[in-house]
Design a protein around this ligand. Structure first.
Ligand SMILES: Cc1cc2nc3c(=O)[nH]c(=O)nc-3n(C[C@H](O)[C@H](O)[C@H](O)COP(=O)(O)OP(=O)(O)OC[C@H]3O[C@@H](n4cnc5c(N)ncnc54)[C@H](O)[C@@H]3O)c2cc1C
Length: 405
């Protein structure tokens, strides 16, 4: 593991810091310091700034609109952005850039890369993820959405569920069963589907917080062109797993920064409430501190591997399991500190229901309660904790496989 950065990396860091100093308002304290409507206005404008500066997908080759940065430079950019509390893109970029774009670079045809990658960056196409179905979540290979070839088109029928930001997207990457006779993992294809057609219906699901961030998506004779398949017909499982590696593993550089910021805010809350001297609270805060430190070291190890050219695979689950389980405990402590106030949350809600609230967020009860609720989902989305443990046991540690029915 390499815990320090080279002089070249530190020199590049200064360039990124200069970019941030030039482009951000002088009184910038992080996205969390902005009020409700100002958040989305800022994110929209900031996304344009990042696009112009080629910072939306800094690691992509320049011919597809990236900056062609080295792995080390990408890490420095991610760290500095996290420290400044600025977003790295818009609400659907995690699907379009981090998941689909990176996967297309690995599996896509030249034509697919040339067509889709620049459109993802310009914001012309916005993507969501069509993996889960009512009977295929952890057991993803059980998926039943059918795609049948009819001339030059795939005809799709079936349903997806839990499609995050699906109501904001105009495209969905869809896992579909294209050979029902083949063994489960072998009859699946990864299709690129335009949602702007009568055969696609998006129905938002209301969450416990009252917001609707994810959806059901229904396909009724929906279509996509024959060549909108990534990685070959009936080879979708391998493509899907590549994408999950990106979904679970990319955050090693930024998560420790964000969780440290959140813990600092929690310490302020404990002091504000006069609870910081209670032995039991101190014990719990110390536990959280140690977890964030360990997270930092796990992150360093992941980054060292990344810099050595290792792309995230099943081992990405280590980090995902660690941060999501930690987050449930730290947010429970926050609610204990708030006491009865947590039952009637008020003030600024979190910028996003996912992970920590943004840098600069106030210690409002609405922020902590929203983050507490989102933290429960963290141990489910991108693969639940029991599933991560199975993957780590079987594919990383080489333990015997769990019994299959
Ligand atoms: C906030 C949020 C956003 C999401 N966004 C998306 C999205 O954009 N696109 C998308 O496709 N999906 C999305 N998902 C779905 C997510 O991937 C699934 O919820 C997840 O994979 C679990 O599947 P499931 O809900 O069907 O639960 P199930 O698979 O039914 O699991 C139920 C319980 O059984 C346990 N379990 C199941 N199998 C095993 C086993 N073999 N060993 C031990 N325990 C087991 C699970 O851990 C869990 O506790 C999202 C989910 C959430 C919560």
């Amino acid at each position: 593991m390499q815990p320090t950065y080279s002089p070249e990396a530190e020199a590049y860091r200064e360039k990124v810091q200069a970019f941030l100093a030039e482009k951000l308002p002088s009184n910038w304290r992080g996205l969390g310091a902005l009020d409700g409507d100002d958040v989305s206005a800022f994110v929209t404008e900031w996304r344009k700034t990042l696009h112009e500066a080629q910072y939306l997908a800094p690691g992509w080759p320049q011919q597809y609109g990236g900056a062609g940065l080295s792995a080390l430079e990408q890490v420095v950019v991610a760290e500095e952005f996290a420290k400044s509390g600025v977003p790295t893109g818009g609400p659907n970029d995690v699907f379009g850039i981090q998941m689909l774009g990176n996967t297309l670079l690995q599996w896509g045809t030249e034509e697919q890369k040339r067509h889709y990658l620049p459109r993802i960056l310009s914001g012309e196409d916005t993507w969501c993820q069509g993996y889960s179905e009512p009977n295929a979540g952890s057991d993803l290979s059980n998926l039943a959405l059918r795609a049948t070839l009819d001339g030059d088109q795939w005809i799709l029928n079936g349903q997806k569920i839990w499609t995050s930001a699906g109501h904001l997207a105009d495209h969905i990457f869809t896992l579909a069963r294209t050979d029902p006779e083949a063994p489960r993992h072998k009859g699946i294809s990864f299709l690129l589907v335009d949602m702007r057609q009568p055969g696609i219906e998006v129905r938002p699901i209301k969450m416990i917080s009252g917001a609707s961030e994810f959806n059901e998506v229904f396909y009724t004779d929906a279509t996509c062109a024959k060549d909108e398949v990534v990685g070959g017909v009936n080879n979708g499982w391998a493509v899907a797993m590549t994408l999950l590696g990106y979904e679970r593993g990319e955050a090693a550089a930024t998560m420790p920064v964000r969780f440290q910021g959140e813990l600092d805010r929690l310490l302020v809350l404990a002091k504000e409430r006069g609870r910081a001297d209670e032995p039991e609270i101190r014990q719990r805060l110390a536990w959280c501190y140690s977890k964030v430190q360990i997270m930092r070291w796990i992150g360093m190890r992941t980054l060292t591997q990344f810099l050595a050219g290792h792309h995230p695979g099943p081992d990405a689950g280590i980090f995902k399991l660690y941060w999501s389980e930690y987050h449930k405990v730290v947010t429970e402590l926050a609610l204990d500190l708030l006491g009865a106030e947590a039952m009637v949350p008020s003030g600024r809600p979190p910028s996003s229901a996912f992970q920590t609230d943004s840098e600069g967020a106030p210690n409002s009860s609405a922020s902590w309660v929203g983050t507490f609720l989102g933290a429960r989902a963290g141990t489910i989305y991108a693969g639940s904790s029991p599933i991560q443990r199975n993957i780590l046991g079987e594919m990383v540690l080489g333990l015997p496989k769990e019994p299959r029915v």
